[in-house]
Design a protein around this ligand. Structure first.
Ligand code: PLP
Length: 404
């Protein structure tokens, strides 16, 4: 018999939440409303709406936070990925290795740079790009014109950057980080965004650091790459009406930069809250007998438990953009939670190599078994800084009820 959650039952009447959203941005807004409105007013007063001093200030602040040499603000995380790849030297006819288990933009940006994505499966513990498989692929079947490797720091945890560093040096290949989900994350004390030659961040409204619309930023360790990206985001133009290469309009709005600068002052606290919530989930799930109590960096073989946690790399500071479990009968569990008005989401239901748009690559079901299994099992639970302990208890109790 599974142990119940006694302290949950003790929750005072009236404090048990009626519903638990996956994400509630209104709670964040309540705490920063005055500052955000003042920042927007500052931009309106200046009547300077694109790039300009707000974007430049944000670029400095993000470079400092990540430990990168420079940052270049742009229109979205997708745009940031394209800039990061082109600046790293990716050009038409090249290949770029990336994960089969990520958001679409990780791969579509490679195509937009004119290159071919080469999908490699993920590590069964962390679900990040499997460095051992990448190494094997390069040794046994090196893709033609392999220019870069694009690991994604999935759910807010860095991929194995020790291994990717080694691969980069041995084979002379650039590492471009997809850090869209990982602002504030670290690997051995070094910030995501300073671990490859370039890195892309997204400020999409659901991200840990989020704009009031679309926005993104690229960081780099190479000043000359920053300069090129500044031109690329502005029609390849070093000065107005003179164009040296085909860029695009990928600029950042000043209002987004101003809002992001307000939020940036809170990001360390917000990420800490996310880590605390993750620890509470871990503890309550284990206490309810839903997960194995064994802590291991390779939890994929936890026996019999209906819920499995992803592995946490000891070298990584995880910022829990998402708290993701792997659940037996995942789709039924999700419906059960929805009936109790508990939000959840599947990131991602179909691996990239099976997306219809990539059928030209000739890959099929069974080619990336770890990603394919993950797509059947992963479930993201409510996670945002203002989430309460009572809400987390409510989520875990509901999961326990489902499996009882
Ligand atoms: C891993 C990953 N890469 C890239 C992106 C693209 O970012 P954006 O939506 O800001 O274009 C996202 C965000 O959705 C993401 O999660």
């Amino acid at each position: 018999m599974k142990p119940s959650l006694p302290s949950l039952r003790n929750t005072a009447p009236g404090t048990v939440p009626l519903s638990v959203p996956l994400l509630d941005l209104r709670r964040q807004y309540e705490g920063i409303r005055e500052d955000v409105l003042a920042a927007i007013e500052r931009v309106c007063d200046s009547q300077s709406f694109i790039l300009g001093p707000e974007v430049e200030a944000l670029e400095h602040e993000i470079a400092t936070l990540t430990g990168a040499v420079a940052a270049v603000g742009c229109a979205s995380g997708t745009e940031a990925l394209w800039l990061a790849l082109v600046a790293a030297g990716v050009k038409p006819g090249d290949s770029v290795i990336t994960t089969a288990f990520s958001f679409f933009a990780s791969a579509s940006a490679i195509v937009r740079a004119g290159a071919t994505p080469v999908f490699v499966d993920v590590d069964p513990g962390t679900l990040n790009l499997d460095a051992a498989l990448v190494d094997r692929q390069i040794r046994t079947q090196r893709p033609a014109n392999l220019r870069a490797i694009l690991p994604v720091h999935l759910y807010g945890q860095c991929a194995d950057m020790d291994a990717f560093d080694r691969i980069a040096h041995e084979f002379g290949i650039a590492i471009v980080e997809d850090a869209a989900q990982a602002i504030g994350a670290e690997w051995r004390g070094r910030g995501a965004g300073s671990l490859g030659v370039t890195a892309a961040f997204s400020f999409y409204p659901t991200k840990n650091l989020s704009a009031y619309g679309d926005a993104g930023i690229v960081t780099t360790m190479r000043p000359e790459m920053a300069e090129r990206m500044r031109q690329l985001r502005n029609h390849g133009s070093p000065r107005r009406y003179y164009h040296h290469e085909f860029g695009w309009n990928g600029r950042m709005d000043a209002i987004q930069a101003a809002v992001l600068r307000v939020k940036l002052t809170h990001i360390a606290d917000w990420n800490r809250s996310r880590q605390n919530h993750a620890a509470t989930y871990d503890q309550l799930l284990a206490g309810a007998g839903l997960t194995s109590s064994r802590t291991s960096s390779h939890i994929s073989s936890q026996s019999g438990a209906p819920v499995r946690l992803l592995a946490r790399s000891p070298q990584a500071k995880h910022v829990f953009h998402q708290y993701v479990i792997r659940a037996q009968r995942r789709d039924d569990l999700r419906k059960f939670l929805a009936d109790r008005r508990i939000g959840s989401e599947i990131y991602y239901p179909l691996p990239l190599h099976l997306q219809p748009v990539f059928s030209y690559l000739g890959l099929k079901a069974g080619d990336m078994p770890v990603s394919e299994q993950a797509a059947q099992e992963v479930l993201a639970l409510p996670m945002f800084p203002e989430l309460t302990e009572a809400e987390i208890r409510c989520v875990v109790e509901s999961i326990a009820d489902f499996y009882s």
